[in-house]
Write a protein that binds this ligand. Sequence first.
Ligand code: GMT
Length: 396
Amino acid sequence: MSPRLVEPLAVEPLRVGVVCFSTFGGSGVIATEIAIDLARRGHAVHVFSDELPERMDPPPPALASQLVFHRVSPPAYPQLKQSPYTLALTSKIVEVSRRERLQIVHAHYALPHAVAAHLARQVLAAQGDAGAAPVPRIVTTLHGTDITLVGSDPSFLPLTRFSIAGSDAVTTPSDWLARATHEVLGVPGAVAIDVIPNFVDVARFTPAPGGAPPGSGSGVPVVAHVSNFRPLKRLDDVVEVFARVRAARPARLWLVGDGPERARIEAAIAARRLQADVEVLGERADLPAVLRGADVFLLPSEIESFGLAALEALSCGVPVVASAVGGLPEVIADGEVGFLRPVGDVAAMAAAVGRLLDDAALRRRLGAAGRRLAESRYALAPAVDRYVDLYRRVLA
Ligand code: GMT
């Protein structure tokens, strides 16, 4: 059965559901920043996740009537050995869509979010009758490992392809990920993908006030790394690069975030007797202040569709040293706002970090260029404008 069309959209405001992960990670950040900005613009926004996403915790009180969080909690039954999160999410989307007459469900990450949105739409279409809720359009934003890792797992591949090909619109944050979706995942060329680059709140992620250079001010330069501590972030390379940098000059390393690699990497730091120079800071709500205290940001990932953490550092005026991989070269022009080096080339990365730490003028020049880049190309409002235009297009 093909879903009924939504009601004609001359009507404002839009009624949008946003489905995302709550964990510390770029896709949840982008999803919640879009949700909050849409609510600020007067649209009715419903966010679906297992917990309040970090950037929405606490939800802005002034937006209470526009921005509603729906916690997805799978019911516990002994018959259901594995927690049925996808089914609970589907049911929640159905329930809220019916009640709030959602026009758009914007799924961030293909699995399980876009799949749940499709299933919810089928349920709504099958149960629809005259006067019932409209069947929402599905917009899917692919973020990275939903294509390059999880989604391309042979067992998930048909489901990933289905959820993408059946969406009313598909977006990626970089040209590279759009290409990978067609080439690696085998999504037909006829499935159009809109590239809407990620963005940063340049009013929150600012350089130090009064034009002071970034850095901790302690006299010992700081290298910062922010991630969700998964194997593809190559935390061993972070430690190795830092060890080489530290061998040549005093320096400190700040590790921000949390994830499966944390315990292992803490043990590696201890084994290398680097504890005195390394701080493992965990997840930080005051991320802009932390980034402002750093002199260089290091992101030696195996793969990165965009590298939102690097953009947030640039917005704070901190130059970046990163892998020349995936979508990172679209954000970081080598030699202009930082340096890109081959994946795993710890010697070259250590040389680039050392060069920046030893040359304050270079650091300031690249940091200022990074800030200008964030303001001119990656501001939040124009990006959300593009999503609103996309919603209107699929509703037209
Ligand atoms: O795909 C992931 O690993 C998850 C995702 C996240 O939730 O952190 O990260 C991806 O999405 C971010 C936001 O669009 C991008 O900035 C990251 O580069 C991307 N990660 C990868 O491609 C590994």
